[in-house]
Ligand binder design. Sequence first.
Ligand code: PBG
Ligand code: ZN
Length: 340
Amino acid sequence: ASTAATSVSISGDLSSQLHSGYSHPLARSWQAERQLTKSMLIYPLFISDQDDEEVLIPSLPNQYRRGINRLVPFLEPLVRKGLQSVILFGVPLAPGVKDALGTAADDPEGPVIKSIRLLRERFPQLYICADVCLCEYTSHGHCGILREDGTLNNHLSVDRISDVAMAYANAGAHCVAPSDMNDGRIRAIKLKLIEEGISHQVMLMSYAAKFSGCLYGPFRDAAGSQPSFGDRRCYQLPPGGRGLARRAIIRDINEGADVIMVKPAGQYLDIISDAKELGKDLPIAAYQVSGEFAMIHAGAKAGVFDLKAMAFESHEGILRAGATIVVSYFVPEFLDWLSV
Ligand code: PBG
Ligand code: ZN
């Protein structure tokens, strides 16, 4: 009698046999196209104009807003553990410092420009990115300059935002990253960088596919950038807008972006994968935003999962989708976890 029906036939199709490829932990790691490494990670820093302040941000677990005098002591141990890049967000707190034009954004004595100079000097190997936006500095909290009716004046906004980007680049930022979502800002910044003669040494990272939604709440607490009226839906992308995101990605590549960013990350893995396909010759970044980070902490605290396990799973998903750079509030933990 034949035994072929009850056992694996040695002459038949063996495609059912998969376990052999991942029974060992090392073999499992070989199944991924890329592994999380310290060099992929960018750590967000909130820098206030209160030089000695160090204040915990309640909605953003373990994250602090720091004045410039707190920066170097905080970063020293992280740099020693392998921190390679940070992205700076300025938080002006001094009374009366905000206005309709976001004048304080490129104040040479403001926290971002002073921090760029300080970090370049104190940590010569650290790669400094500067987020470029006006919302932290405008009295109305929107990401650009407004018309009388409260809508964005795109032309004035792009002009102003590209000036701010230039100020950060001239102060020594390795990378400027406009997050404002005004149309045409990548081209405007690139042209000014070329004109200034520094385009060869300043990377332009576009928050090209930045979606509107409720995941930026803790960030806006940290940065004090909640809009005073309305919301950001007319300039940040609608959550269902996959085609729009693809158009924004293609546009920003054509306007001269060196890196395309997708944000938030976890809910937009298809967009990361689109960015990887459309920008197959560019590095792709993803930002695991404040609300995602806070949710993971809340889930761990509620006993839904282990914090470290979810931190790894969420970042592995982001890498699998196609990102090669991750902006993440988990960076200090990963510097320990990736050391083994
Ligand atoms: C500023 C900016 C925001 C974030 C990055 N740059 C907030 C916003 O657009 O409201 C969000 C980052 C986060 O939530 O962690 N435009
Ligand atoms: Zn903004």
